[in-house]
Design a protein around this ligand. Structure first.
Ligand SMILES: [Ca+2]
Ligand SMILES: [Ca+2]
Length: 582
């Protein structure tokens, strides 16, 4: 009991720090204030990332590195259906119900004590949707009586969380132009904030804020310079400066999809959204930095105005989307307490920024090899590019010079979210060591068609692993420990005050590690690859852990020569829930 009580006090302190007054319980469901307090409320998991900072850190320690070896399943619940594929969702837990999204734009409600299905909603998807990288969904958002998720045909749907009946259903973009949506929505100040997918089809990345009760648009901010933002139906200024870093009309199909959603810092009122690759991949067709692609943007939550940007890969030529989660954290650096944020980028570097102004404070390689750049210049913030690392320009109709590039376009880290422990001060990065042969080809934009102008083959670069879970000290850039995995890691990470780090593997295991040393302490075979994000919460006085199992995602579609590490993995679609025996 001592442990739980101390956690309660810590939670109370954190809650007071985040919101001025504790919100009164609303019998209709969680309020926006409850969502801001999610990291401290141990009895529920109300948001993607377990709080607006999305640190994926739980203050619970009843389950810990001393007893995790005894962890056993409570139940498993099947998503059913003839079609399975990747299950990348993070569960939400509220009021005795576990909510999970499934492949093919489905949403399920399960009894959190028995695993019995309460209801299921399946979106009716049109023919001709164009998801680039499997039919996945990463999670839902909860607010009041609603549960909200995005669908593969670029819609946002709010359901009654008790019945599964539709409350509102809004088109966010045109799927026939190549738009889709897979990220979990973020709820801030009674607005649903979402990005868009489709960077491989020449779409224009944008962030939208909608009224959570009606689904009506409040503001929109396109992230490619030259496009106009809106606020309450009126123009609200151009993004950047027309043609400053794009030639001609290329900005009209410039990419920069904001496909992984964002984080939010209540202290600065800033939303942090990453932006995807510029379109097309063939960089010789678009001279310039191509702002704001492959960047982190800080956006005013009330107006949708961009307050600062930091571009990780100016003039990207390798599909280094900059979408990865930017996680706010507070730490003392150079003797000074600072408001920081960190991102482990597709390009293989881990960036630490001042989250109030975007100033670069550190950039550290977290993968075995980066062939495209030799470090990041801390003064200019720009990569030290290696000229021969860029694939060559096509010669007429012939493809350009093939180069070997590492990381591969699937990234030093892809979508799968890292975690930050307030206890150890370490980030836990689910990373991959792999390279690719890449070359450029001629291409012209055609609505609704792939807009790459490039070809590739993914290759392993190590004998003993592709995946590597790495503990990164954000102050020093030192990798404190690493766990190597044969197949590429593709699932999210959870860390707890119980000195634990959880993540899944394509080989089918959910694993627990000692947060300080990386020693593997526990594993459980779920029957299919784990590419979802685990969560933990307290229920009836016990600590629970849940994760989705179901192999899929981008790797089996694009895996090239690394496919042999996962060729025998079975598909699936199960929610697994664990606790210690009584
Ligand atoms: Ca919570
Ligand atoms: Ca991309």
């Amino acid at each position: 009991m001592k442990r739980r009580f101390s956690h309660f006090l810590a939670g109370l302190a954190a809650a007071t720090a985040l919101v001025a007054a504790p919100a009164l319980a609303d019998h209709h469901g969680p309020t926006s204030s409850d969502l801001m307090n999610d990291a401290a409320s141990a009895g529920d998991v109300l948001s993607y990332g377990m709080g607006p900072w999305q640190q994926r850190f739980s203050g619970l320690d009843a389950l810990n590195s001393d007893n995790v070896s005894k962890l056993v399943p409570v139940f498993a619940a099947s998503l059913g259906g003839e079609k399975q594929r990747g299950q990348e969702a993070q569960p939400l837990v509220y009021d005795g119900t576990i909510y999970v999204t499934g492949s093919y734009s489905r949403l399920f409600a399960f009894d959190a004590r028995t695993g019995e299905k309460k209801w299921e909603y399946t979106a009716r998807l049109p023919d001709g949707i164009m998801p680039c990288c499997d039919v996945v969904n990463r999670g839902a958002a909860i607010h009041g009586e609603k549960i909200i998720f995005a669908t593969l045909d670029a819609r946002l749907i709010a359901l009654n969380r008790e019945t599964g009946k539709v409350i509102w259903n809004k088109k966010t973009a045109d799927y026939q132009e190549g738009y889709s949506a897979t990220a979990a929505p973020l709820i801030v100040k009674d607005m649903v904030i979402t990005g868009n997918s489709g960077g491989e089809f020449g779409v224009v990345g944008a962030v939208q804020a909608r009224n959570v009760d009606t689904g009506e648009l409040v503001w929109e901010r396109p992230v490619i310079e030259g496009h106009m933002g809106t606020l309450n139906g009126a123009p609200n200024g151009m993004t950047g400066k027309l043609n400053a870093t794009w030639e001609g009309d290329l900005w009209k199909t410039g990419g920069g999809a904001t496909w992984l959603g964002g984080t939010y810092d209540p202290g600065t009122n800033l939303l942090y959204f990453g932006t995807g690759n510029p379109a097309p991949w063939n960089s010789h067709l678009r001279p310039g930095d191509n702002l704001y692609t492959s960047s982190t943007l800080a956006i005013d939550a009330d107006t949708g105005v961009i307050k600062w940007h930091y571009q990780t890969t100016p003039h990207d030529g390798w599909d280094f989307d900059g979408v990865n989660e930017f996680i706010p954290f507070d730490a003392t650096m150079n003797g000074k307490p600072m408001k920081l944020g960190a991102k482990a980028d597709r390009n293989g570097y881990f960036y630490v920024l001042d989250r109030t102004n975007g100033k670069l404070l550190g950039a550290h390689k977290f993968v075995m090899q980066t062939t495209w750049a030799d470090g990041i210049n801390l003064k200019t913030g720009r990569p030290n590019y290696i000229g021969e690392g860029r694939p060559g320009a096509p010669n007429g109709a012939e493809k350009g010079k093939v180069v070997f590039s590492s990381p591969s376009f699937l990234g030093g880290k892809n979508w799968m979210p890292m975690a930050y422990s307030q206890d150890t001060g370490l980030f836990y990065i689910p990373s991959n060591d792999w390279g690719m042969d890449i070359w450029n080809e001629p291409i012209a934009y055609k609505k609704g068609a792939a807009y790459l102008g490039a070809g590739f083959t993914i290759k392993p670069i190590a004998d003993d692993h592709i995946g590597a879970l790495r503990a990164m000290d954000p102050k020093t850039g030192k990798i404190v420990w690493e766990y190597k995995n044969a197949a590429p890691l593709w699932g999210g990470v959870l860390t707890t005050k119980g000195n634990l780090v959880f993540t899944g593997t394509p080989e089918g295991y959910l694993k627990a590690f000692d947060a300080k040393t990386g020693t593997e302490l526990w594993k459980f075979q779920t029957g299919s690859g784990v590419v979802g994000s685990p969560v933990t919460w307290e229920q009836d006085g016990e600590q629970y852990v849940a994760v989705m199992s179901g192999w899929g995602g981008a790797v089996p579609l694009w895996g090239g020569e690394v496919a042999k590490t996962f060729k025998d993995i079975s598909q699936g679609g199960m929610l697994w829930v664990f606790k210690l025996p009584k």
